[in-house]
Write a protein that binds this ligand. Structure first.
Ligand SMILES: Cc1cc2nc3c(=O)[nH]c(=O)nc-3n(C[C@H](O)[C@H](O)[C@H](O)COP(=O)(O)OP(=O)(O)OC[C@H]3O[C@@H](n4cnc5c(N)ncnc54)[C@H](O)[C@@H]3O)c2cc1C
Length: 513
């Protein structure tokens, strides 16, 4: 689409023809959230205008790329706060629609926190401006009317929200009813944030911006053992820190292979890296915040080598290049056995992070798998990618069992599923299975906005989301393949030292500590 009218016409045509419509930005989402049969509505080609730059906010079209926006905002000393990994391609529509965030969640929060208002085309082709709308007194506008309808749905099912009350700071992807529907007002814009293109097509976003920090600094702590690094990550004082990320050896090995500098930075025997960042008005303030975090009782014996502290912009940029680009590098590994994102986005309360990670590693080992771990540990967020061979029927069978055990443990820990990536095709099935009351309420919300289920079906708000493995590539060859490989045997063509999937039911003991 080139113009608003094109989107309206497209939705009307889709309704007449009974076709689904899948809004799409850059297509970098890893949960299949912009995929499906029907019309792919690509907002990244033409909706790329920054419409207005205010003193503390900005109005953009959804196809504006995050990095492009930040380059423009930087001229006036501002930025969009949340920092998803792919800022050079991810679109603002995609970031907002999943409530994206990144390493600097501690300082800026997520996309939903920035969103003030949206212009949206609903499934029937009607165009609306949504923001926060009062119920008492009822705002005399279409926004007020929609707010009242949503509030009424929630009022009818108060128990549904009680079944899922994660104890983590991120409000995550999905319909954030608990956070946006109050007695006096409903913030429809923030409800649309995280709705993954299932409630409407965003055509304009008004978002808060933040002052660029005058000074930044990083500290890189290299640990001999992953679990000790996780323990420190869960306890380090966060005052003054803008980021606290944890990377495992698998990611560090990739970094060292790719860039000689990182090979020199990372001491031999390193099993984990803790990356701390502080920002502030002066170098002294930044150095003080890093020092306070580092002198919080981290035993010298845990460290594999000297800690690298730098306030130089070049070093700070290099440190973040290591952290952010290396996860994308995982996807380019060759061989049939590859890191697969399907349980890759959860969060647990920070004080339970170390025990959760230990149990998760145990679960994967028990299933005969290795995995890479990256955690935005400051807010308990965990990205884990098990290495699987999707041509291997045993591995495909293992996926849902593993996912169930893993997500069950997240819920038992008071955690959240789908924190900055989507529910999409990867996880919507679990919501129906394990949180049925919430799933029904989300289906009601979906029906309210999109009764014909035209927008991005099969995901959030779908009464019958497909099983996890329904849309995996290579399904045909996997079906043709022979019986599952016996446990403990290497998968054919494997490049990443993964052993075959175990037939045992995965279990994970993690619960509330
Ligand atoms: C290696 C790797 C690392 C990543 N790291 C991060 C990270 O640190 N933080 C993070 O938040 N994400 C991360 N992601 C996920 C992904 O990059 C982000 O989700 C990204 O913001 C999506 O933007 P996009 O433009 O590619 O959106 P898409 O993938 O195209 O779409 C995402 C969702 O938004 C919907 N959508 C897009 N535009 C509109 C619109 N105009 N109206 C309505 N709905 C719309 C789509 O339907 C879909 O549901 C990572 C992904 C990869 C592969």
């Amino acid at each position: 689409p080139r113009r608003l009218d094109d989107i309206v016409a497209c939705l009307q045509f889709a309704a007449e023809q009974g076709l689904s419509v899948h809004p799409r930005g850059a297509g970098t989402g890893v949960a299949g959230e912009s995929l499906g049969r029907g019309i792919i509505l690509d907002l990244s080609a033409h909706f790329r205008t920054i419409r207005e730059i205010g003193a503390e906010d900005v109005v953009v079209e959804p196809g504006v790329v995050v990095g492009q926006l930040n380059r423009v905002l930087a001229r006036s000393g501002r930025q969009f706060g949340p920092d998803p990994a792919h800022v050079d391609v991810s679109t603002m529509g995609g970031v907002v629609s999943r409530n994206g965030s990144g390493s600097r969640f501690l300082r800026y929060g997520a996309a939903r926190d920035q969103l003030r208002a949206v212009q949206i085309v609903l499934a029937d082709g009607s165009v609306h401006r949504f923001s926060r709308h009062t119920l008492r007194p009822l705002e005399p506008s279409t926004g007020g009317m929609w707010a009242q309808r949503v509030a009424e749905l929630v009022r009818r099912h108060p128990e549904a929200l009680e079944t899922y009350r994660p104890e983590v700071p991120s409000s995550g992807a999905g319909y954030a009813l608990a956070e946006t529907v109050g007695d006096d007002a409903v913030d429809l814009a923030k409800l649309i944030a995280g709705s993954e293109g299932t409630l409407g097509v965003l055509v304009e976003l008004r978002l808060a911006t933040h002052a660029l920090p005058a000074c930044q600094g990083v500290a890189l702590l290299f640990f001999r053992r992953f679990h000790e690094a996780a323990q420190v990550a869960g306890e380090v004082p966060l005052a003054g820190l803008s980021a606290c990320d944890l990377l495992d050896r698998r990611l560090l090995d990739l970094a060292a292979q790719e860039t000689a500098t990182y090979g020199k930075w990372i001491p031999p025997g390193t099993e984990a890296l803790l990356l701390l960042e502080a920002v502030g008005a002066t170098r002294a303030e930044v150095a003080g915040a890093l020092q306070a975090a580092m002198s919080s009782g981290i035993p010298e014996s845990c460290l594999a080598g000297p800690t690298r502290v730098s306030l130089e912009p070049h070093d700070v940029a290099e440190a973040w290049r290591l952290a952010k680009h290396i996860v994308a590098r995982l996807a380019r590994l060759t061989g049939t056995t590859r890191p697969v994102p399907f349980i890759e986005d959860v969060a647990v309360p920070r004080n339970r992070l170390a025990s959760f990670l230990a149990d998760a590693r145990q679960l994967l080992r028990g299933s005969g798998l290795i995995a890479s771990f990256y955690s935005h540990a400051g807010h308990g967020q965990v990205h884990v990618r098990p290495f699987l061979d999707l041509q291997h029927p045993g591995h495909r069978t293992l996926m849902p069992r593993l996912a169930r055990a893993f997500f069950d443990a997240v819920l038992a820990s008071g955690g959240r599923i789908s924190t900055e990536h989507a529910w999409g095709l990867s996880r919507s099935w679990y919501l129906k299975e394990r949180l049925p009351a919430l799933h029904r309420l989300w289906c009601d919300v979906k029906e309210l906005f999109d009764p014909l289920r035209l927008l991005n079906p099969g995901k959030l708000g779908d009464p019958d989301p497909p099983p996890l493995t329904a849309h995996l590539r290579g399904a045909e060859s996997a079906r043709r393949a022979a019986a599952p490989a016996p446990a403990g045997t290497p998968a054919s063509g494997e490049a990443n030292h993964v052993v075959g999937a175990s037939d045992k039911e995965p279990t994970l003991s993690s619960g509330r500590a």
